[in-house]
Design a protein around this ligand. Structure first.
Ligand code: GLN
Length: 303
């Protein structure tokens, strides 16, 4: 498989040309547009990477899956009183549907509004909450050195006015409680955690293994919450490209504007892909193509 995956990666490099780096978080313009890497973390214990799998990038929206698991662990399904379960068909940062349902609720935890609301529901004061998030990330990536990229964090904090607008709106309608700036700060920090393909492949393997750390057999999250996370990845993880991705790839996945895609092949493996050049919907343009080929060749679709 290793040799074939390397060939698939090389074959799909040509798609990078049609993609662009995101510009709305200024610091992300400094990413290497040509980087392309993949890491596979199998539940049978084998793991390996190809291409630029050690290229560091910020996790961005992929973090939303992890904070969802933490919030579920803290509060259970009561979080769905404030956040919905439906795909939007809109861009990840759209605010259009926030006013649609009354009482107002962000549609799902994978879009920005929903993720900010989820982060706000994690138990603890300001410091405790981010420590808890980072500590959990370190544990499930098996990487105690994991930390935030300060430049990206400050860049988004300075320019994240659309997220700020949505958060203040949500406070007004009672979705958020407490200090909005603190919730946003934690959200910007979680998005700025710097990872490699290996880190996100390890998170995916942990989810594929039903919330049990593959190396130590420690069960951290219940089957029910893992099932909820995988389902959201499947229905909303690639934003308004989730339907097409479900047909062409069929693997529960979550992308981020840092260029990462985290894919969970239940009971088999975790896959981490990076390619910072994005398509018009904010997903790694070559990364999607690699996953398409991989899914077809190794029959990875869940259907
Ligand atoms: N799609 C993404 O990765 C978006 C995350 C980014 N931090 C934002 O809030 O806009």
């Amino acid at each position: 498989m290793e040799k074939r995956v390397k060939e698939i990666l090389d074959k799909n490099k040509k798609y990078i040309e049609g993609g662009n780096l995101p510009t709305y978080i200024p610091e992300l313009r400094n990413a290497n547009k040509d980087a392309l890497g993949i890491y596979i973390s199998s539940l049978d214990g084998t793991e390996w990477g190809a291409g630029d799998y050690m290229y560091p990038f910020t996790i961005q929206s992929i973090s939303k899956v992890v904070t969802l698991l933490i919030a579920l662990q803290d509060r259970g399904v009561e979080i769905f009183e404030k956040v919905g379960m439906e795909p939007t068909g809109d861009a990840f940062n759209s605010m259009m549907k926030l006013e649609l349902i009354q009482p107002s609720k962000p549609f799902n935890p994978m879009i920005n509004a929903g993720a900010i609301a989820v982060t706000s529901m994690i138990f603890g004061n300001y410091e405790e909450r981010f420590d808890k998030i980072l500590g959990f990330f370190r544990k499930i990536t098996n990487n105690p050195k994991l930390d935030i990229n300060q430049k990206v964090y400050l860049s988004e904090k300075r320019t994240g006015d659309k997220n700020r607008a949505m958060a203040y709106y949500m406070k007004d309608v009672g979705v958020l409680q407490g200090d909005v700036e603190e919730h946003l700060d934690i959200y910007f920090k979680q998005c700025s955690i710097e990872v490699t393909c290996r880190d996100i492949a390890n998170i995916a393997a942990f989810i594929a293994n039903k919330g049990v750390l593959p190396k130590t057999n420690e069960k951290l999250i219940s089957d029910e919450y893992i099932k909820i996370a995988k389902t959201f990845m499947f229905t909303c993880g690639m934003y308004n490209a989730s339907g097409e991705f479900a047909i062409n790839v069929g693997i529960p996945s979550k992308s981020g504007v840092g260029g990462g895609i985290m894919s969970v092949v239940p009971n088999r493996m975790g896959i981490g892909v990076v390619g910072p050049a994005l398509d018009s919907k904010g997903n790694s343009i070559a990364g999607i193509k690699i996953l398409e080929d991989l899914s077809n060749e190794y029959d990875l679709s869940i259907f």
